[in-house]
Structures are given as structure tokens and as C-alpha cells.
Design a binder for this molecule. Structure first.
Ligand code: PDD
Length: 278
């Protein structure tokens, strides 16, 4: 496939980045994953705004304005074959001459984008839901930033995969935070619940869409802190992300969620999301 690196479009297998890049040495960079439906980037402004927030927190000047990002993404999408794509975008602080924790005075950010076919959950996963496990959320206290330093998230996702599961649901101090690469919603007594945005979770673009759809379609919902026990006793659990959209979690730590099948509100929200994205 074609990628974008520092102003050029080229085959992905020909892209080269310096080992002195601080993204490689320190995980010093920001990223976004943007879903593209029928060649149209979904919620692009929101993704670019979130990138801006991450870059500002990293004290990394945004190398492009929103219009320039849109052009780069549109070009990249056009050069690749798929109608539906997931665009990966990252900005790292760039390559220094020496390894030094502190920021170099003069450095040019490395801008890299690639795209792949967008593989949303297949029909059998939508029909049966997926299995999840739980773990203590041992990540740092800036989980609101979308940085490429994802080692904790990788360990936590692998914790699920090693047990044949799709996601790890995270709890911190007895409260739900999110998944290793998704936000989490639950349903109790007909009410959709999800935790409020804070430094303990990523402010998901899909999370926002789901809450907007709930409001617009009169689905009872509440944004509030959620106890671990409330998740374990939930009627439904969903994971949401740009690539999973709205996906039912039907077992947690080997025990069925509700009756062990995707519930009515999750199926409704999945359908609303399908309508909305097109
Ligand atoms: N991950 N929480 C975490 C920790 C995530 O990594 C993601 C997305 C989300 C959902 O955010 P959004 O709805 O904006 O995709 C929540 C992306 C897809 C990834 O790292 O591949």
C-alpha cells in the first residue's frame, strides 16, 4: 500500500525512518486512527482536534493545520484501493543526533501516515459478541493523550489474546476506566452508562458519537463513574472504537454478561451507528 512520510507518498515497504527518531527511542509522539467509509474520513475534524490536544500536551507544534491534514489524508485515501480504510497518522518529535531525554532545541517532527482496509467486526462476531477479561489499569495518569507510547496497552491487549479473548476491560481503584484499545459502555436496568472523560481514559470519537446517538434517539443514558461490581452485574457491555464501532462483550472473565448474547440496546446502537456513518 501507499504511505505518506514527510511530504512524500511512497510504497509502505520503501519508507525509512532514522533509529534516532524519538518516536522509536522514547515513544515520543502522537497518533490517530481515522476510519474512512466510502472514501470519506469519518469525524475528521474531531480526530484532528484530538491530535492537536495530544500534540499541545507533548509541547510539539502541530506541523499542519486542519486543511492541510485533510488534503494529506484525502490524497492517501485516493492512492489506496479500498473503499473503506483505516488511516493511521502519527507525528513524532523527530530525529536527534544524540539520545537525550530532554527535547532537542532544533528538531523537525516526523509525519507518517499509512492506510489499510478497514476491517470492522465480521457478522459472526456481531451475532455472538466477543469475550473480554479484566485487569487492573496500570497505565500512567495521562490516558487522555493519544501517544504512540502504547506498551501498557499492548501488554493489556495481549493479556486478553493469551486467553483467547478480544479485549481487556480495565479497572482503577474499583472503577471502570476503558478497554486496552476501546471505550466501554454498560447497560443496567435499561440505562446506558459510561464513565465521564478524564485523564484516566481516552476521549473516544466513537464514544462521543454513541452518546450523541443515544441523546438523539431518546435512549436513556447517563455519564457517571461506574463501579467494578456494576460492570460485573451489567445486563450488557459494549466496547467502542473507530475500528470496532459498537461491539457487544458477551463474556467477562469467563462469565456470561446478561444472558450471554448481544443485548437489545447494543444491537440498536450498532444499527444506529451503521445508519449514521453512511
Ligand atoms: N484505539 N481507548 C483507547 C485506549 C484506544 O486506544 C482507543 C482507540 C479508544 C477509542 O477511541 P476512538 O473511538 O476515537 O477510536 C479508546 C485505536 C483504534 C487504536 O489504537 O488502534
Amino acid at each position: 500500500s501507499t504511505c505518506y512520510l514527510d511530504g512524500r507518498y511512497l510504497p509502505l515497504d520503501q519508507a525509512r525512518i532514522s533509529p534516532m527518531d524519538r518516536g522509536f527511542l522514547f515513544g515520543d509522539g502522537a497518533y490517530e486512527v481515522i476510519p474512512v467509509y466510502s472514501r470519506r474520513p469519518f469525524r475528521l475534524e474531531e480526530h484532528i482536534a484530538r491530535l492537536g490536544n495530544t500534540l499541545a500536551a507533548l509541547q510539539l507544534p502541530d506541523p499542519h493545520n486542519a486543511g492541510e491534514w485533510a488534503v494529506i489524508i484525502r490524497e492517501l485515501v485516493a492512492t489506496n484501493d479500498w473503499e473503506d480504510q483505516s488511516v493511521y497518522l502519527q507525528v513524532t518529535r523527530g530525529a536527534d543526533t544524540k539520545r537525550n531525554h530532554a527535547f532537542p532545541a532544533q528538531v523537525t517532527p516526523t509525519v507518517f501516515l499509512m492506510s489499510d482496509a478497514l476491517l470492522t467486526p465480521p457478522a459472526d462476531q456481531l451475532a455472538s459478541g466477543v469475550a473480554a477479561v479484566s485487569a487492573a489499569d496500570f497505565r500512567w495518569l495521562r490516558c487522555d493523550l493519544k501517544t504512540v507510547a502504547l506498551l501498557a496497552n499492548c501488554l493489556l491487549r495481549q493479556h486478553a489474546v493469551a486467553q483467547g479473548c478480544a479485549e481487556t476491560i480495565l479497572f482503577r481503584d474499583g472503577f471502570l476506566t476503558e478497554g486496552s484499545a476501546s471505550n466501554i459502555f454498560i447497560v443496567r436496568d435499561g440505562v446506558v452508562l459510561t464513565p465521564p472523560k478524564s485523564h484516566l481514559m481516552l476521549p473516544g470519537i466513537t464514544y462521543d458519537v454513541v452518546l450523541e446517538l443515544a441523546a438523539r434517539h431518546d435512549v436513556a443514558h447517563e455519564v457517571r463513574e461506574i463501579l467494578e461490581d456494576e460492570v460485573r452485574g451489567a445486563d450488557e457491555i459494549w466496547m467502542t472504537s473507530s475500528t470496532k464501532e459498537v461491539l457487544a462483550v458477551t463474556t467477562l472473565d469467563g462469565r456470561p454478561v446478561g444472558d450471554g448474547r448481544p443485548g437489545p440496546l447494543g444491537r440498536r446502537m450498532h444499527a444506529l451507528y451503521q445508519d449514521f456513518k453512511n
